[in-house]
Design a protein around this ligand. Structure first.
Ligand code: WT7
Length: 657
C-alpha cells in the first residue's frame, strides 16, 4: 500500500507519450502554430469557431469585456441551439445519420427494443413535438423546466425542446434525492418537471415519479409534470397536472418554429456544490457556450465524420450536457448512449457495447477506470476494441497507474489519452492535450487549449513559472458561466474577488512543471470530489445535523483508492443516540434521503466533542490529519485536546479492520 503513491510519483516524472505518428498524420490539428495563432488574437479564433454555427442574425462584436467580470460574447447575434444541433444536419441530408446508438440496460433481455438507432430525423421530430407539448402547458421563453430523468434519448429530447422555445432547463442528476430535487426546483422557480416512472438499476426498476410525489405539494410554481413511462410501473398520476410523455408527444403538432435566441440569453441552469450548504445555480448562455462546446468537442476528440463517440457520463452532470448533448449534436456526430450500470449483467458490459457499436472514442472518468482495473483485464481482452483510437478522462486528476492501464489495456497501447480539465462553471474543456499535437504525461492535463489562458498564482497573487499554487483563468472564454441564478453577488464573491474582476478563481490547487504542463492537485475549498462528482462538506454536514441524533458534525474528504476522495464524517451524538452500527446505518440513510446516495459518508467516527479552537471553530485540517494518521503537531491550542486522542484511537482501530 505504502509504495503505491511513490510509484505514481515515480511514473509521473519518467514516462511521456508523444502522439503516435499514424494518429498525428491523420489528426485535424497537426500544426503547433495553432496555439500562437489563437493566443495572438483569441477573439478572431473564437469568432472562427462561432462562424461554423448557423446564426439567424450575425453578431456585431465578438466580446464585450468592458465591465468585467460581466462578459458578453457574440453581442447582438441570434441563433437557436436546436437548429444547430438538429435542423441543419437534416437539411444537409444527414437526417438518417445515427445521433445516438442507445443501449438499454436490459437490452440483453429485450433485444431490438433495447437497442435503438436514434437518428437526427427522429430527434428533430420528437424535439419539435415535445416543444409544442411544453408550449401547450404554458411554458415559454425564459421559463425554467426541471429534468429528472434516466439515461434515455428523451432526456436529450427534453433538453433540445427547451432550447427550441427558449425555455431554460435545469437538469438534476437522477441519483439525487427527492429533497435535492425539491430544493433545486424551488430555488429556480421551475414550472414544469420532466421525469420518468422509474429507472432501471441493475435489472430492477427504481421508482422516480413515486419517490418524488411528496415534493409537488411544496412547489407552488410547478404546474405540470410530464412522465415518460420507462419501466411500466404504473406510477400515480394527478389529474390535470401529470401527463404521460408518449400520449402528449403523439398528439402534438410536429412542427415548432425555433425561437431566435440572443447569444447571451440563458440556455440552462445547472446546480453544483459550493463551499456553503446551498448549491450554486450555474447559468450558461447560448452563443458562446455552443461555440466552445462544439469547438472543443472537435479539437480535443479529433472528431471525424465516421467516429463512433462514447461519452459515458450521465446527462445529469455538465459532462453530459456539453459532451453527450450539445457538443456532439452540434457537430453532427454519432454517439453511444448507455442507460445503465457498467457491471450489469456482467462486468464486461461496457466492452461488449464498445465492440457492438465499434466505438472509436471513449470519454470517461478515472474512478470508472479504476473499477475496471480492479475487475481485471481479462474482461476487456475478450472483446475486440481495435476500433478505439482515442481515450479521454475527466472529473478528477487521473493517477498515473490508472492512466497507464487505460492506455495499455483499453487503448491497446495505440490510443492517445486526453486528460481534460474543466468545471461546471467553465462549461467546456479548458486544459487538455490536442491528441495529434501534445506529448502527454500520465497525470497531467497538459496545457490550456488554444485561445485559453490559465495561470498558477502564489499566495501573493504572483504568477508562478514553475511550482505550485492556485489555478486561475486569466482571459474570458466563450462558455464561461455568466452568473449564479438569482445570486449575482455570490457569483462575484466566489470567483472574481480574490484576484480582481478579470481573474477567475477556479478553486483548484495546481502545479506547473518545467515544461509548463499543468498538474491539477485538487480542490482548495470545502468541496469533496467523489468519483468525479462534486459534493459540499457543508451540505453533508447540514444534512447530518438535521438528524435528531446528531449534535454536531464535521465532514472531510480523504484520499480513496477507488473514488479519488471519500467522505469521512466526525459526529457528536445527541440525546439517546448511541454511536454504533445501527446509528451509522441510519445516518447514512438520512444523508441519502437529504442529498443522494453519492453523498453518504464512507466512514463515521464519534466523539463527545470535535476538535475546536478556543473560539469554537471546528478544525477541519486537524480532522484531515487525524484521518490520514499524520503527525498532529501541537494541539494544545484546542479547547479540549483530549478529543484528539479519542478520535485518533478510533481511526487507528478502523484501519486494522
Ligand atoms: C472539478 C470540477 C469537468 C466535468 C466534471 C466535473 C476536478 C475535473 C479534472 C481533471 C483534475 C479535474 C477539478 C474541478 N476536475 N476534471 N481532468 N483533472 N481535476 O465537473 O463537478 O464542476 O467539478 O473537478 O477539481 O474543479 P465539476
Amino acid at each position: 500500500m505504502a509504495t503505491e503513491p511513490e510509484l505514481d510519483v515515480l511514473l509521473k516524472t519518467e514516462q511521456t507519450f508523444p502522439p503516435p505518428p499514424d494518429f498525428a498524420a491523420e489528426a485535424s490539428f497537426r500544426d503547433p502554430a495553432v496555439y500562437e495563432r489563437a493566443a495572438a488574437d483569441p477573439e478572431a479564433w473564437w469568432a472562427d469557431w462561432a462562424g461554423q454555427l448557423e446564426w439567424i442574425e450575425p453578431w456585431q462584436q465578438v466580446l464585450d469585456w468592458s465591465d468585467p467580470p460581466r462578459a458578453k460574447w457574440f453581442v447582438g447575434g441570434k441563433l437557436n441551439v436546436s437548429v444547430n444541433c438538429l435542423d441543419r444536419h437534416v437539411a444537409a441530408g444527414n437526417g438518417d445519420k445515427v445521433a445516438f446508438h442507445w443501449e438499454a440496460e436490459d437490452a440483453g433481455e429485450t433485444g431490438e427494443a433495447g437497442r435503438l438507432g436514434i437518428t437526427y430525423d427522429w430527434l428533430l421530430d420528437q424535439t419539435q413535438r415535445f416543444a409544442n407539448v411544453m408550449k401547450g402547458l404554458g411554458v415559454g421563453k425564459g421559463d425554467v423546466v426541471g429534468i429528472y430523468m434516466p439515461m434515455v434519448p428523451e432526456a436529450a429530447v427534453a433538453m433540445l425542446a427547451c432550447t427550441r422555445i427558449g425555455a431554460v432547463h435545469n437538469v438534476v442528476f437522477g441519483g439525487f434525492s427527492a429533497e435535492s430535487l425539491r430544493e433545486r426546483m424551488e430555488v429556480s422557480g421551475a414550472k414544469l418537471l420532466v421525469t420518468a416512472d422509474a429507472t432501471l438499476r441493475r435489472g430492477a426498476p427504481m421508482p422516480m415519479k413515486t419517490s418524488i410525489e411528496e415534493i409537488f405539494g411544496e412547489l407552488p410554481d410547478m404546474k405540470s409534470v410530464v412522465v415518460i413511462d420507462r419501466c411500466g410501473t404504473n406510477p400515480s398520476m394527478t389529474e390535470g397536472r401529470d401527463h404521460f410523455w408518449a400520449e402528449s408527444v403523439e398528439a402534438a403538432d410536429p412542427v415548432c418554429e425555433p425561437e431566435p435566441m440572443d447569444a447571451e440569453d440563458p440556455l440552462y441552469l445547472l446546480y453544483t456544490s459550493g463551499s456553503t450548504a446551498k448549491p450554486k445555480g450555474i447559468v450558461h448562455t447560448t452563443g458562446g457556450y455552443l461555440t466552445q462546446v462544439a469547438a472543443t468537442h472537435k479539437m480535443v476528440f479529433d472528431l471525424k465524420e465516421n467516429d463512433v463517440y462514447w461519452c459515458a457520463a450521465d446527462i445529469g452532470w455538465v459532462t453530459g450536457h456539453s459532451y453527450i448533448v450539445y457538443g456532439p449534436l452540434a457537430n453532427g456526430a454519432t454517439s453511444i448512449m448507455y442507460e445503465g450500470a457498467p457491471d450489469y449483467p456482467a462486468k464486461d458490459r461496457w466492452w461488449e457495447i464498445a465492440e457492438r457499436y465499434g466505438a472509436t472514442i471513449l470519454y470517461t472518468a478515472p474512478t470508472v477506470i479504476r473499477s475496471f482495473m480492479k475487475w481485471g483485464e481479462e474482461l476487456v481482452l475478450k472483446h475486440d476494441l481495435s476500433k478505439l483510437r482515442l481515450l479521454g478522462s475527466v472529473g478528477e486528476p487521473i493517477n498515473p497507474r490508472a492512466w497507464l492501464w487505460y492506455h495499455e489495456v483499453i487503448g491497446g497501447g495505440r490510443c492517445p489519452i486526453v486528460d481534460t480539465w474543466w468545471q461546471t462553471e467553465t462549461g467546456a474543456i479548458m486544459i487538455s492535450p490536442l491528441p495529434g499535437l501534445t506529448t502527454t504525461k500520465p497525470g497531467s492535463a497538459t496545457v490550456p487549449l488554444p485561445g485559453i489562458e490559465a495561470k498558477i498564482l502564489d499566495s501573493e497573487g504572483e504568477a508562478v513559472e514553475e511550482g505550485g499554487g492556485t489555478l486561475v483563468l486569466s482571459k474570458p472564454w466563450p462558455a464561461m458561466a455568466r452568473t449564479l441564478y438569482n445570486e449575482p453577488d455570490r457569483f462575484i464573491k466566489t470567483y472574481w474577488e480574490r484576484y480582481g474582476p478579470e481573474t477567475y478563481l477556479v478553486g483548484d490547487a495546481a502545479h506547473l512543471d518545467e515544461d509548463s504542463y499543468f498538474w491539477i492537485v485538487g480542490r482548495i475549498d470545502d468541496v469533496i470530489n467523489v468519483s468525479g462528482h462534486r459534493l459540499s462538506t457543508m451540505e453533508i454536514e447540514s444534512a447530518l445535523v438535521a438528524d435528531p441524533g446528531v449534535a454536531e458534525a464535521a465532514v472531510i474528504g480523504v484520499p480513496d483508492e477507488d473514488t479519488g476522495q471519500a467522505i469521512v464524517a466526525f459526529v457528536t451524538p445527541q440525546g439517546d443516540a448511541a454511536p454504533g452500527e445501527e446509528f451509522t446505518t441510519a445516518l447514512r440513510e438520512h444523508v441519502a434521503e437529504r442529498i443522494g446516495k453519492l453523498a453518504r459518508p464512507k466512514r463515521f467516527f464519534y466523539a463527545d466533542d470535535l476538535p475546536k479552537t478556543r473560539s469554537g471553530k471546528i478544525m477541519r485540517r486537524l480532522l484531515r490529519d487525524i484521518a490520514d494518521s499524520k503527525d498532529l503537531g501541537d494541539v494544545s491550542t484546542l479547547r479540549d485536546p483530549s478529543v484528539v486522542d479519542d478520535l485518533t484511537a478510533q481511526v487507528e482501530a478502523s484501519k486494522k479492520v
